[in-house]
Design a protein around this ligand. Structure first.
Ligand code: F6P
Length: 539
């Protein structure tokens, strides 16, 4: 079965939502709370170690019922079934979408062209486990017989952001290996990393699904050249491993076939950290923690696949986001983790969300006449409170936000934890209630200052409260957003798993590069031409 192909705006549910929106768009959440003492209980999903409170949204029971009706009208259930059963739902690239198979138990069955891929996945997992143990335990050594101390992950996009975010988020669980991430084609990036490396004790993990990506190949070549200043080429087999679907190109690069960790075309780059793309994660935190990350994601997969939509966390979050995006016309969403460990989380989500749903052609091949993918951004609280929260509280834009917090801190400093969580709770309360003119006056504010101190409130938030940051809970959290992306792509009737939009810039860059290297002259607009000439003169 192909994915359903339904313009959401032509459905009955959409029409009901449009009418309903006109009635509720100005309602203040404060009133909704005042009218229903059970609102928070009714709008909270408790699942495993997750407590998801979505009551601080500009929605009523009716809104939810129409949004749930929309899932029926766009055939979301059938779409989920198509995804999990290995249908070619990435139609524009002719591929299945089965990152869920990477975290399924050994006994599961995920078929691509009639073949159960779980067996191949298990074989690669065993290879990751054995390799990780050898490196971490110092059994696998460098060319001078010393154990490895450093691991350099060379990749970009999905081959960098996922592993980098997870290693950073799980630094509490890290072992003695120091990890580095080289992604940008900016040579200053790789050279700054080189300054910290010793060739005798550094392991290089080249991660590229296609093994054609300019940035990754340039960085890998630069690091290989640097390495070969100290070692001879026979040492490459000890120090360089690769993760790719393109085994021939990996071999051409000079990496031993035994050092290749395969992946599959049914895993999209931005959903690939669960595959051998996560090798650096496994090396950094040990295989059993990597396995727990996968286990957590698998639990979320089962929740998503089996739970009724009204209690289904990714589905409910996706629907609320559609409500703001398509009816309130909110342009962006913020993700604010109250954990410094999740410093890179929003950056990671940007690729997942914006590369997937930043599309304007529907599944019929025609331009959409409604809004699709949201802009996503964020930084950890409390830092972000002192940076951009002013605009969320008192600016003119509506910015729905996800607040992610952990009830327990990892180092157990209760004083800091209480202060952190008091901020976490206070911000969503402030965003909900705001501050009235009467309250400002009651504080004894000078008359001419009063309007500046009023907060309208009515700013929507979801609170995602998790017991503790662990590999397993992080796995659940990432998978939660992956499924949210899927649901939204289905509703917007777009293909979420291609990324043709990144190609044009790449093509033009390679043309311009030729102009730097030889006398080729291409035609450009006058602005680009001037800039190009300026660079040639100044560089
Ligand atoms: O920028 C586009 C993209 O294809 C991403 O989707 C992908 O994650 C990244 O480039 C890296 O690709 P690869 O793993 O093939 O080097």
């Amino acid at each position: 079965m192909a994915l359903p192909n339904i313009n959401p705006t032509t459905t009955n549910a959409w029409k009901k939502l449009q009418e309903h929106f006109e009635n509720v768009k100005d309602v203040h959440m404060k009133d909704l709370f005042a009218q229903d003492s059970d609102r928070a209980n009714n709008m909270t999903i408790k699942w495993d170690d997750f407590y998801v409170d979505f009551s601080k949204n500009r929605i009523t029971k009716e809104t939810l019922s129409y949004l749930l009706e929309l899932t029926k009208d766009v055939k979301l259930k059938e779409a989920i079934q198509a995804q999990f059963s290995g249908e070619i739902i990435n139609k524009t690239e002719g591929r299945a979408v089965l990152h869920t198979a990477l975290r399924a138990p050994k006994t599961a069955e995920f078929k691509v062209d009639g073949v159960n891929v779980v067996l191949e996945v298990q074989a690669v997992k065993q290879k990751i486990e054995a390799f990780t143990n050898e490196v971490v335990n110092g059994i696998r050594k460098g060319y001078t017989g010393k154990a490895f101390t450093d691991v350099v992950n060379i990749g970009i996009g999905g081959s960098d952001l996922g592993p980098a975010m997870v290693v950073d988020s799980l630094q509490y669980y890290k072992n003695h290996l120091t990890t580095h991430f080289v992604s940008n084609v900016d040579g200053d990036h790789v050279n700054e990393v080189i300054k910290k490396l010793d060739p005798e004790t550094t392991l290089f993990v080249v991660v590229s699904k296609t093994f054609t990506t300019q940035e990754t190949l340039s960085n890998a070549n630069t690091l290989k050249t640097w390495f070969l200043k100290s070692a001879d080429s026979s040492a490459i087999a000890k120090h360089f491993v690769a993760v790719s679907t393109n085994i021939d190109s990996v071999k051409n690069f000079g990496i031993d076939e035994n050092n290749v960790f395969p992946m599959w075309d049914w895993v999209g780059g931005r959903f690939s950290l669960w595959s051998a793309v996560g090798l650096t994660v496994s090396l950094a935190v040990g295989y059993s923690n990597f396995a727990s990350l996968l286990k957590g994601a698998n639990k979320m997969d089962n929740h998503f696949k089996n739970e009724d939509f009204e209690n289904n966390i990714p589905v409910v979050l996706a629907l609320i986001s559609v409500w703001y995006n398509n009816f309130f016309k909110a342009e962006s969403e913020a993700v604010i983790p109250y954990s410094q460990y999740l410093n890179q989380f929003a950056t990671y989500l940007q690729q997942g969300i914006m590369e997937s749903n930043g599309k304007s052609i529907d599944r019929n091949g025609t331009p959409v006449d409604y809004e699709t993918g949201t802009l996503i951004w964020g930084e950890p609280g409390t830092n972000s409170q002192h940076a951009f929260f002013q605009l969320i509280h008192q600016g003119t834009k509506l910015i729905p936000a996800d607040f992610i917090g952990f009830t327990k801190s990892l180092h157990g400093n209760q004083d800091h934890q209480d202060k952190l969580i008091s901020n976490f709770l206070a911000q969503t309360e402030a965003l909900l209630n705001g501050k009235t003119e009467a309250e400002v006056i009651a504080e004894g504010t000078k008359e001419d200052i009063i309007p500046f101190k009023v907060f309208q409130g009515n700013k929507p938030t979801n609170t995602i409260f998790i017991n503790k940051l662990s590999p397993e809970s992080l796995g659940k959290l990432i998978a939660m957003y992956e499924h949210k992306i899927f649901v939204q792509g289905i509703i917007w009737n777009i293909f979420s798993y291609d990324q043709f939009g990144v190609e044009l810039g790449k093509q033009l860059a390679s043309k311009i590069l030729q102009e730097f290297n030889n006398s080729t002259v291409n035609e450009h607009d006058s602005s680009t031409q001037n800039l190009l000439s300026y660079y040639k003169k100044m560089s």
